[in-house]
Design a protein around this ligand. Structure first.
Ligand SMILES: [Zn+2]
Length: 606
């Protein structure tokens, strides 16, 4: 797609600034010509970038760099290595001036092509020529240095790091000693944290392990590596956190699994030792779940039905009242979906129709020819496109774009002993604060844990994990207020149903309670009694409370700890409903209140 003229003009201007500092304001013709050149040079810019990355001093050492400089300048000219080093992330103007231009100026006959400069060669020819030139340089560098980078070297380093990190057999014999060591490292490391320096003592902020030789974290694989720590006040400027090699390699592997940086990852472990058969059943179920989830994520049939792990109120409506352990893999996936509203669905259809008609110049005939179909009206054609009945690459691209289809999760499940489900999007809704988001993660964990009878933890990219599966059904995200609320780091099997239902019910009640979006779930579950929630709903809805909400209040009541003083604040109609509900206990309301309040209650006061 062509960029706007203004953007192209900006790029060309900064390009001219680098190449001809005295150039006049470029005319439209010049902008068009130069931006065309810069556009087609993009693949070559990326090739230079890759070369620059593999010729990094960290990989090939100082000696390697000096050989590389010499070899590089032999081809591209004196001073060009420095120019290459001064490029950074992709900046077309700079990359054009400092890398590609030098390549394009070379005479083609030097590489066995006739006449002219390299710039006159066809695009593919230039690309493969550049790769072979740079590859040649790299090979000559590797041949002359002592320890050229290799995959087996990386493998060895990874193995060495991971073997030290085993939970079992563990080298830690004395827990007290370990804690003392960690405390000491914590205090010693403060001045060094966030600085890359020699002879430093570091403390990995991810896994709490002391180390002296680590890696400067990068946002490529760790979120917010510059996160503020209050060490700055006494120890000065804070750059990027330093993490240990184990955590670094772990993140690299996570990224390889998803083929991009996962934002969160669902980990499944069997709760107990399981045998071969049960293991196979679990793997099978997860695979079926994943296949079904894929059909939703890629819109195989109906793109209006989408997967979401964040819309806990919709998931709760789907699942409360179902027997979770009886669900099949396919059903689990389906319960995690939602349908677009009619309005959204209409809007998407319109946008799809517009894009497709535009592409074919509003000619259905043309579309029919390209799709090998014989639709008589557009309406029919668009319906077929939506239902995935037209097999055509253009149609697929437009449909994916309009409905935002694509992978949101993956399933890595080669063994039942550790199943990974990396997510591309975090489980968070709208303006969720940390506590709210943690409750949503806990809800999804409990759902999957109960449905698959496994231990589940949802960790984010910065969390490490060191559990084994026997700890409980769901790991509580490391948010202090939530761990306090749940009273531990794990939700046990005995408590799992209660918490699952309570967070689900609270999700449903968020619309009625009108708490701030940032913390509505947390606020509901922090109330002392269901009565407080009821009072809040009344306040926010002019005293009106739908009868069916009482069911959700009851569910939430199972995890709250307060007493029932609220009853006194209710008005008459409310009391009537409560009376009906209390009839089951066959005790007059006054008696119940008397017991609760520990003082006599006259019938006319309720
Ligand atoms: Zn670490």
């Amino acid at each position: 797609m062509r960029k706007k003229y203004g953007d192209r003009e900006k790029v060309v201007k900064s390009y001219l600034k680098l190449t001809e500092p005295n150039a006049k304001e470029p005319s439209q013709e010049i902008v068009n010509r130069f931006s065309g050149r810069i556009d087609i040079a993009q693949p070559e810019m990326v090739i230079f970038k890759f070369f620059k990355a593999i010729m990094n001093e960290k990989l090939i050492g100082r000696e390697g760099v000096s050989i590389a400089t010499e070899e590089y300048e032999k081809v591209f000219g004196v001073g060009t290595w420095q120019k290459l080093q001064s490029t950074s992330t992709l900046m077309p103007a700079r990359d054009m001036a400092y890398t590609v231009d030098y390549f394009w100026k070379l005479p083609a006959d030097r590489f066995g092509y006739s006449g002219g400069c390299v710039s006159e060669l066809a695009d593919e020819k230039r690309g493969s020529l550049l790769i072979s030139i740079l590859n040649g340089i790299a090979e000559r560098v590797y041949a002359q240095i002592e320890n050229p980078p290799s995959r087996s070297n990386v493998n060895k380093k990874m193995a060495a790091a991971f073997i030290n990190d085993l939970i079992r057999p563990s080298k830690v014999e004395d827990f007290k000693l370990m804690v003392e060591k960690q405390l000491e490292a914590y205090s010693q490391s403060k001045p060094y944290a966030g600085r890359s320096m020699r002879r430093a003592e570091y403390f990995c902020p991810v896994c709490n392990t002391p180390f002296d030789e680590g890696v400067k974290a990068s946002a490529d694989y760790l979120s917010n590596p510059q996160t503020h720590t209050n060490r700055g006040v006494s120890h000065g400027k804070f750059d990027y956190v330093m993490i240990c090699r184990t955590c670094y390699f772990e993140r690299i592997l996570r990224q390889l699994l998803l083929q991009e940086k996962p934002s969160e990852m669902i980990l499944l472990l069997p709760r107990m030792n399981i045998g071969y058969q049960a293991g196979q059943l679990l793997v099978d179920k997860v695979k079926k779940f994943y296949d079904e989830a894929c059909s939703f994520m890629f819109g195989s049939v109906d793109p209006d039905q989408q997967v979401s792990l964040s819309l806990t109120h919709l998931i709760a409506r789907n699942v409360l009242g179902r027997e979770l352990y009886q669900l099949s893999g396919e059903e689990i996936a389906e319960l995690l979906t939602y349908r677009h509203s009619d309005e959204t669905s209409k809007k998407l259809r319109k946008s799809l129709e517009k894009k497709i008609r535009n592409f074919y110049g509003d000619s259905l005939e043309q579309a029919n020819i390209e799709w090998c179909t014989d639709f008589t009206i557009w309406d029919e054609a668009i319906s077929a496109v939506i239902n995935n009945l037209v097999d055509d690459p253009v149609v697929k691209e437009v449909r994916d774009e309009v409905y935002r289809l694509g992978p949101q999760l993956k399933a890595v499940c080669q063994t039942p002993n550790l199943i990974l489900i990396p997510l591309t999007q975090p489980i968070v809704l709208g303006k969720d604060g940390a506590a709210n988001a943690a409750l949503r993660r806990l809800f999804v964990s409990l759902f999957i844990g109960l449905a698959l009878d496994v231990t589940v933890a949802i960790i984010n990219n910065n969390d490490g994990f060191d559990f084994e599966g026997g700890e409980g059904v769901a790991w509580v995200p490391p948010v202090a207020s939530i761990r306090k609320m749940v009273n531990g780091n794990w939700v046990s099997l005995a408590d799992a149903q209660r918490w699952f239902r309570a967070i689900g019910a609270a999700s449903i009640l968020t619309t009625y309670t009108g708490y701030s979006e940032r913390s509505n779930l947390f606020s509901i579950l922090s109330e002392p009694t269901p009565g407080h929630i009821l009072r809040r709903i009344e306040e926010k809805n002019n005293g009106q409370v739908s009868y069916y909400l009482f069911e959700y209040l009851d569910i939430i009541g199972e995890v709250l700890h307060g007493d029932a003083l609220f009853l006194l604040t209710l008005n008459d109609s409310r009391t009537r409903i409560l009376k009906e509900r209390l009839k089951k206990s066959k005790m007059p309301l006054t008696v119940i209140l008397t017991v609760i309040l520990r003082k006599p209650v006259k019938p006319n006061t309720v």
